[in-house]
Design a protein around this ligand. Structure first.
Ligand SMILES: *[C@@H]1O[C@H](CO)[C@@H](O)[C@H](O)[C@H]1NC(C)=O
Ligand SMILES: *[C@@H]1O[C@H](CO)[C@@H](O)[C@H](O)[C@H]1NC(C)=O
Ligand SMILES: *[C@@H]1O[C@H](CO)[C@@H](O)[C@H](O)[C@H]1NC(C)=O
Ligand SMILES: *[C@@H]1O[C@H](CO)[C@@H](O)[C@H](O)[C@H]1NC(C)=O
Ligand SMILES: *[C@@H]1O[C@H](CO)[C@@H](O)[C@H](O)[C@H]1NC(C)=O
Length: 218
């Protein structure tokens, strides 16, 4: 009985802390998403739900973050925005941040509008965006390019025996096909059957390209 109660309490504690974890990025600073801002207009146009600095959109059963406004938050370091990886619009302007790693935006394939302090460059470089503008205060990165289909041409990133998938500004994922796997899909006849997560599937990252296996469910 005691063990059972302990288990219940433990799962309650972990359950609730997990809930809070899920929305942490929305509360990286005080205040809530304002109506008059770019992300605010976008959110209103989608009839999104505002929670802290985030805009959530409900699609069927799923709710996902589509907008994030962390402007004017006194942020010096921006290291983990993964919770907002579904965002279409992100505003990080008016923060004293000096540098930001490209890997912060890895996996952000929906991101099409990013405002940064003009001291920063667009992640993945200007070539990863259709339009880059700067007025000396804010740098605006618009319309992320698909690294797999540059100007209608297939990317050279992935070899023939693999499928290319975009993985955020400047990043791609090559999924090996057939019996191939590993770096450049050069190894044969070995599969990660029953692999549970991304790290087991994609075990090599070299120059912003992940090499992955496609798992056939058995
Ligand atoms: C933003 O707009 C919504 C709907 O138009 C309104 O209900 C809300 O009060 C506004 N919020 C602010 C902070 O102005
Ligand atoms: C930035 O935040 C400060 C205090 O948090 C506030 O006084 C100021 O008006 C804000 N600036 C903008 C442009 O929102
Ligand atoms: C930012 O710059 C500092 C000092 O130059 C460096 O130590 C740090 O690793 C950099 N961070 C990132 C994310 O590039
Ligand atoms: C990217 O474009 C912006 C805006 O045109 C420009 O200020 C910046 O120097 C460019 N960066 C590079 C590395 O070319
Ligand atoms: C795409 O392919 C066309 C025709 O082969 C070529 O002219 C063009 O330069 C290529 N574009 C890029 C970005 O490689």
């Amino acid at each position: 009985m005691f063990t059972f109660v302990t288990l219940c309490i433990t799962s309650l504690l972990f359950g609730s802390s997990y809930q809070q974890m899920e929305f942490q990025v929305c509360h990286l600073c005080v205040g809530s998403l304002q109506n008059g801002t770019a992300v605010g207009y976008f959110c209103a146009s989608l009839s999104g739900r505002v929670e802290g600095r985030c805009c959530w959109r409900q699609q069927g059963e799923r709710a996902s973050i589509v907008g994030l406004d962390l402007s004017n938050c006194s942020l010096r370091h921006i290291e983990d925005l993964q919770e907002a990886s579904t965002a279409v619009m992100i505003d990080l302007s008016s923060n004293p941040v000096i540098n930001i790693s490209d890997s912060v935006f890895q996996g952000f394939i929906e991101l099409h509008y990013l405002r940064l302090p003009s001291t920063l460059q667009c992640p993945g470089g200007n070539a990863s965006w259709e339009k880059v503008t700067s007025d000396g205060v804010v740098c605006l990165c618009e319309e992320q390019k698909d690294a797999c289909h540059q100007d209608g041409n297939m990317s050279w990133n992935c070899p023939e025996n693999s499928l290319c998938a975009p993985d955020g500004p400047g990043f791609t994922q090559c999924s090996c096909t057939g019996e191939y796997h590993g770096y450049k899909c050069l190894r044969e006849n070995h599969r990660h059957r029953g692999a549970r997560d991304h790290s087991q599937l994609c075990d090599h990252q070299i120059h912003k390209v992940w090499w992955c296996d496609i798992v056939h469910k058995v």
